[in-house]
Design a protein around this ligand. Structure first.
Ligand SMILES: Nc1nc2c(c(=O)[nH]1)N[C@H]1C(S)=C(S)[C@@H](COP(=O)(O)OP(=O)(O)OC[C@H]3O[C@@H](n4cnc5c(=O)[nH]c(N)nc54)[C@H](O)[C@@H]3O)O[C@H]1N2
Ligand SMILES: Nc1nc2c(c(=O)[nH]1)N[C@H]1C(S)=C(S)[C@@H](COP(=O)(O)OP(=O)(O)OC[C@H]3O[C@@H](n4cnc5c(=O)[nH]c(N)nc54)[C@H](O)[C@@H]3O)O[C@H]1N2
Ligand code: SF4
Ligand SMILES: [Mo]
Length: 706
């Protein structure tokens, strides 16, 4: 049986795999033990790629909804019809009547988001959305707000201390820059600890990484700002920070010091619900390290104070000077990202939002660079007026399960003149509501580059994989679909390297060369350098941090924008919600990728439902038995779930995943489908005022029986 080298695109980790085929079918996917980064690691999801590609529900033709449900349609005919329906909308109401949503699986295709954004820009619509603004937008919004270090931040591989805040990369395979890379994460973390790494984890539950931590701070959901302010208080008070670095590069220290003065360790620990001794010990442990970063995952980003938390995390790293210095190798070399010299200097503070486009009609929310925040999508569809959305193209996303306020999203989709999904199945809760489903190629049928995972490689590692399986029928890659629509509409696809040729659709390699033009090594060159599909390591492309430019003056500013006044305001607020004694927090399912995977037999065998994890003492107090169906109510809505006793949670917390549920089925189906926590979430209350991120964790709830 032929075996070929490739990388997995079930998730963003891009594990190195060996793909065994028999004729046109893939029969086995396993880890590539020779790979220098992954060393043979895969997870159970990736090993299901054979079934995923050949599953009976996998669409092998595009679909059009008729009177009797979906009927197959030739993809080119579907594109003709979709373009014919978009044209009059654009002529009558302008390009803003068409919205694009690029969901998770448009990131998994290395041309997906670039082509979606190019399509939106070519069309001239301001309604371009991605799952970034449902996920961890505060990291992007605040990346440059206080300044950034041109030489890059400390990476995990060199760290002697790490601080993970609401991030569980052993399950999620997701660690932000500076966090745990997703390559065999459990073993990597254990090895690092054996070699002396000190680990601090803040999480309301004993997550997989918390179980390995030297200090686990079981912070109350949503109270990370108090915890972090208390730690900064200790670090400033005890002068544990890098005074030389701060003096040379940082403004705003006095303002930060003033703002954290209200968070003495005793006050901060009480508010955060952790022991004062642990808080102080964690501050000393973090500041006592020589290298290593504090980083957050989705938990605190979704818990209501995302931008404030992210500010305090940036402040911790800046105060402790956790950056690569002159003459050192710069962190994360990245091959498919445009080159800028890495220098021992601060890039000046910059605001990445609110520029270039008028604000949304709702809640004063503005664009994040080219993106509109997902918070406003439903309202932009449902509310008549200039710029109202009438057609939505959702690419590799599932808005019915991913967005806040599920019933409102259902009404919004219903109200559209045209709803198109690019999806591999028609059974999904969103796909089922589409007028057309464009059936895409799946990963092993596509060429791709490792651009999505490259912000984790600590060496200049790059991959170009060819398609291993033939193209089924008339299916297209996402970029070919968008090219086909742009061609029919007479709009273009502006890419980093210039306009995409519109006479004939370029092949994937040529498209990728244009999409990442200006990068260190073009995709076509990486392809040529790795004819057997192995990774290429461009050792000579690892940048060294150069000296600061003469006369360079920019400094970090810890008092930029709304900070740190927002901390002072937070200190005055009382976060208790009367009548809602629990906080429901978000987590990932090991055997799903958001809503993807429930149809695959090995993943389904592990789990069908979305259990509500509750502390056994809380269950006893409620009189709820393990496995009992309960109702969970927030001020906004209600969801059914099966209660599951879990002693690893702090009291007063319920922990559930997202990506489950189906509003078209009643509670009887909950054991088979689970429930959607987005029924508990509103986009109009508790959202982050800058990013619009809805309160999808730390949701105030009560438990009802029966
Ligand atoms: N198997 C699997 N992997 C996935 C996904 C999946 O669905 N399944 N989804 C992918 C996606 S889209 C993403 S964005 C990443 C996310 O990756 P992560 O951010 O690592 O996601 P989680 O594993 O949910 O970890 C978040 C942690 O935050 C904790 N938490 C919740 N609320 C709070 C809070 O208020 N404060 C603090 N300090 N902690 C809190 C939770 O208990 C949880 O342990 O994972 C990706 N990987
Ligand atoms: N309450 C709550 N809500 C959340 C979160 C939370 O923690 N709590 N997390 C948020 C986060 S971090 C994210 S990223 C979003 C995710 O939001 P989305 O990206 O909108 O949701 P997914 O469930 O990942 O949708 C993926 C879709 O892609 C389809 N698909 C699978 N394989 C392929 C493929 O090869 N090609 C194509 N074209 N499609 C494919 C699947 O069938 C599915 O319909 O959800 C957010 N929503
Ligand atoms: S961690 Fe992600 S990339 Fe790696 S095998 Fe699992 S699904 Fe595939
Ligand atoms: Mo995400």
């Amino acid at each position: 049986m032929p075996v070929q080298r490739s990388f997995c695109r079930f998730c963003h980790a891009n594990c190195a795999i060996l793909v065994e085929t028999e004729g046109d079918r893939v029969v086995r996917v396993s880890g590539d033990a020779e790979d220098p980064v992954f060393g043979g690691y895969t997870c159970i999801k990736g090993r299901q790629l054979p079934e995923a590609h050949h599953h009976p529900e996998r669409l092998l033709s595009s679909q059009k909804k008729g009177a009797h449900g979906f009927e197959p349609i030739a993809t080119q005919t579907a594109l003709d019809e979709i373009a014919a329906r978009l044209k009059p909308l654009i002529e009558e109401h302008g390009p803003d009547s068409v919205a694009i949503y690029a969901g998770t699986y448009s990131f998994q295709n290395s041309a997906g988001v670039a082509s979606a954004m190019a399509f939106a820009q070519g069309l001239g619509t301001r309604h371009f959305y991605t799952s970034v603004t449902l996920d961890q937008p505060a990291k992007v919004y605040t990346a440059a707000q206080y300044g950034s270090w041109s030489g890059g931040g400390h990476v995990f591989g060199e760290a002697d201390v790490a601080f993970f805040i609401g991030n569980n990369p052993i399950v999620s395979h997701y660690g932000p820059p500076g966090g745990l890379p997703p390559f065999s994460p459990s073993r990597r973390l254990r090895d690092a600890i054996a070699n002396g790494l000190k680990l601090i984890v803040a999480d309301p539950r004993e997550s997989d990484v918390a179980a390995l931590a030297h200090i686990h701070l079981p912070v109350k959901p949503g109270e990370d700002p108090a915890l972090l302010a208390g730690m900064i208080h200790v670090i400033l008070e005890e002068r544990l920070y890098d005074e030389a670095f701060v003096q040379a590069h940082v403004d705003g220290l006095a303002e930060l010091k003033q703002a954290v003065s209200g968070f003495s360790p005793a006050v901060a620990a009480a508010r955060a619900g952790v022991s004062e001794a642990d808080l102080v010990a964690a501050a000393r442990m973090f500041a006592g390290g020589t290298k290593g970063s504090a980083s957050t995952g989705t938990g605190p980003e979704m818990a209501g104070n995302g931008t404030l938390t992210q500010y305090l995390v940036s402040s911790l790293n800046i105060l402790c000077g956790r950056f690569c210095r002159e003459g050192e190798k710069s962190s994360i070399p990245r091959i498919f990202t445009p080159v800028t010299p890495r220098r021992a200097q601060v890039n000046p503070p910059m605001k990445l939002w609110g520029e270039g486009y008028p604000a949304s009609r709702f809640r004063g929310l503005t664009h994040l660079m080219f993106e509109m925040p997902c918070n406003v999508l439903a309202d932009e569809i449902l509310t008549p007026g200039p710029g109202q959305i009438r057609a939505l193209i959702s690419i590799g996303g599932n808005p019915m399960l991913a967005f806040p306020d599920q019933d409102k999203m259902a009404r919004a989709i219903e109200a559209l003149d045209l709803f198109v999904s690019v999806d591999i199945r028609s059974q999904g809760v969103s796909a089922r509501r589409s007028d057309y489903i464009l059936a895409p190629l799946m990963s092993l049928e596509r060429d791709d580059i490792s651009s999505l995972s490259e912000w984790w490689y600590e060496i200049p590692y790059a991959r170009y994989t060819e398609a291993i399986l033939p193209r089924p029928g008339d299916l297209l890659d996402e970029y070919e679909m968008l090219w086909g629509l742009a061609k029919r509409l007479g709009t273009g696809l502006p890419l980093a390297g210039g306009p995409c040729p519109m006479d004939a659709c370029p092949d994937k390699e040529a498209f990728l060369d244009l999409a990442v033009a200006g990068c260190v090594v073009p995709p076509s060159q990486v392809h040529a350098d790795s004819p057997d599909g192995r990774p290429v390591i461009y050792h000579d492309k690892h940048p060294i941090v150069e000296p600061a430019e003469a006369g360079h003056e920019a400094r970090f500013d810890l008092a930029a924008g709304a900070m740190p006044q927002q901390l002072v305001r937070y200190g005055r607020e009382d976060s208790a919600a009367q009548g809602y004694p629990f906080r429901l927090i978000s987590r990932r399912s090991r055997h799903r990728f958001n809503s993807t995977g429930g149809h695959l037999s090995a993943l389904k065998a592990k789990r069908t439902t979305n259990p509500a994890h509750i502390h056994p003492d809380d269950m006893a107090g409620l009189g709820v038995a393990d496995g009992e169906m309960i109702r969970i109510a927030s001020p906004h809505g209600e969801v059914h779930a099966l209660a599951k006793a879990s002693a690893s949670l702090r009291r007063g917390v319920i922990s559930m995943a997202h990506g489950y549920g189906d509003p078209d089925y009643g509670p009887d189906e909950v054991p088979q489908r689970g429930g959607s926590t987005n029924r508990l979430v509103s986009e109009t209350s508790g959202y982050d005022p800058i990013t619009g991120q809805a309160l999808q964790s730390a949701i105030p709830v009560k438990v009802l029986r029966g």
